[in-house]
Design a protein around this ligand. Structure first.
Ligand code: GDP
Ligand code: MG
Length: 462
């Protein structure tokens, strides 16, 4: 994961929310401070930090929580949405679609990579070629860098390694002429990546050179390649290239080796040239397409949480939950309910996977064999319950001595199993009461889990 540091501090902040009993102004203020600290540590510009946290705070205090989620989930969602909003300004069409659309008329899509010395243009040209080739796009690379002696060889070698056609002319000094020279041959590709020369700064010389190239090449996109380690100063560079070199998108490189990546990312997101790719290492595969939703989701460690919510929906409908709630209020939680509930849980996947996905519980560290045992139980329970009368299932408290013997015989299970089931039923009922009305928190759950782990509350079940 890139931006590891930022991700860790944001996740810690969010786990405070999930671990809290209720959402109040104090918690919101604390959250806002934490997020500010995390963003500033990642070199995000102070103004931007204030802007984003102001939005979060205002929404958190004013917005009504939708019926389908609880307040904590709502708060997390606000943080998520505001971060996405922030990093996602601009146009995030998928490049593949754009390339294919252009190709319909037998025309190659042209991407020019521009930027300062050492920002990673040539490396990224190779990475992009590899990325699109893997997606079935016929790609060629061409170097127009006549400035650095080794530029030609560097791209040629990279291209060879990934089996991509390479074009260039070591003798020619005029970058635009190099492109013109191969223009005809290049028509047969779906995508042409044009590597360019850099300078130490965006000076007149570079601006002129890029403008001339722009005129000759007429690229569909010019991507600014910028090194993530410059943090928030990326904004100045991105703006300058956007204004003078027709740059419409940014690729931020070297995010693997810097704690300032958040700053660069935030800075570029507000320049009108959205971030399109991230460079995350020196190898050809170290490239990812930047999509704000997925990126922020992973940053906050929410990918799994979302998956869980999705699964919960499938396994246990809202109606089921309401029905269960009603029964609880009336105090008649039956064995059948316990069984249904377990079945719903089982549908969600192996129990340990389910627990991993719940923030707060993932740290509970429940021994694997305990979980396995729980999963196996549900089948046994089915046998036991098949041998019970409806009355017994509705009111398990009446199951004593003689009844236990009868059920044991009927089901072929030892009476100890029946006692274990009854014990589990009572514990679950207690637990359900605790969670009643949604006032229970993950903290309570976590406590229960830890207790179970320590004391071997063997029969415990949801
Ligand atoms: P150019 O002058 O803009 O063409 O930059 P190069 O492509 O030659 O890259 C300059 C240096 O940065 C090289 O040593 C690359 O290996 C390195 N580099 C480029 N992208 C990344 C990246 O995403 N992560 C890391 N760690 N190094 C990178
Ligand atoms: Mg280069």
């Amino acid at each position: 994961m890139v931006l590891e540091g930022l991700s860790e501090s944001l996740k810690k902040t969010l786990s405070k929310i999930t671990g809290s009993l209720y959402v109040d102004e104090k918690l919101i203020n604390e959250l806002v401070k934490d997020i500010q600290r995390a963003l500033l540590q990642s070199d995000v510009n102070v103004q931007l930090v204030l802007e984003i946290t102001k939005n979060i705070k205002e929404r958190a205090l004013k917005e009504k929580t939708p019926k389908t989620i609880n307040k904590r989930e709502h708060l997390i969602n606000i943080v998520y949405e505001e971060l996405v909003n922030f990093l996602g300004k601009g146009d995030h069409k998928t490049l593949i679609d754009q390339i294919k659309t252009k190709n319909i008329n037998k025309q190659p899509y042209k991407i020019m990579l521009v930027g300062l010395f050492g920002s990673g243009k040539t490396t990224t040209t190779g990475k992009l070629a590899n990325y699109f080739k893997k997606r079935g796009i016929k790609t060629a690379v061409i170097t127009t860098d006549t400035w650095r002696p080794a530029a030609y060889d560097q791209l040629e070698q990279t291209a060879k390694k990934i089996n991509i056609d390479f074009y260039g002319n070591k003798e020619e000094k005029n970058p635009a002429k190099i492109y013109s020279q191969f223009e005809k041959q290049l028509q047969e590709y779906d995508l042409i990546l044009i590597d360019t020369a850099g300078r130490d700064a965006l000076n007149n010389e570079l601006v002129e050179e890029l403008q001339l190239l722009n005129k000759t090449v007429n690229p569909d996109e010019s991507f600014l390649v910028i090194s993530g380690d410059i943090g928030q100063t990326a904004q100045k560079q991105a703006t300058a290239f956007h204004d003078n070199a027709n740059v419409k998108g940014v690729i931020i490189t070297k995010l693997d080796g810097t704690s300032k990546g958040g700053g660069a990312l935030a800075a570029c997101s507000v320049t009108g040239a959205p971030v399109r790719f991230l460079g995350t290492g020196e190898k050809t595969d170290d490239l990812e397409e930047f999509k704000p939703e997925g990126f922020v989701g992973r940053l906050l460690g929410m990918g799994d949480l979302e998956a869980l919510l999705e699964k919960t929906k499938e396994a246990f409908t809202e109606e089921d939950a309401e029905e269960m709630q009603e029964k609880l209020m009336k105090g008649n939680f039956s064995l059948q309910d316990l069984y249904d509930q377990m079945k719903a849980m089982k549908k969600m996947g192996p129990l340990n996977k389910v627990l991993e996905m719940i923030p707060g519980l993932s740290q509970a560290n429940i021994p694997k064999d305990v979980l396995k045992q729980q999963e196996g139980k549900i089948d046994k329970w089915k046998f036991l319950m098949d041998s019970m009368t409806q009355k017994e299932k509705d009111d398990p408290e009446i199951i004593t001595g003689k009844r236990i013997e009868r059920i044991s015989k009927g089901s072929g299970q030892p009476s100890s199993e029946i006692r274990a089931l009854l014990k589990q039923y009572r514990q679950s009922k207690k637990m359900m009461k605790m969670m009643k009305g949604g006032s229970g928190s993950e903290k309570d759950m976590q406590k229960m889990m830890q207790k179970m782990q320590k004391g071997g509350m063997k029969g415990f079940k949801f």
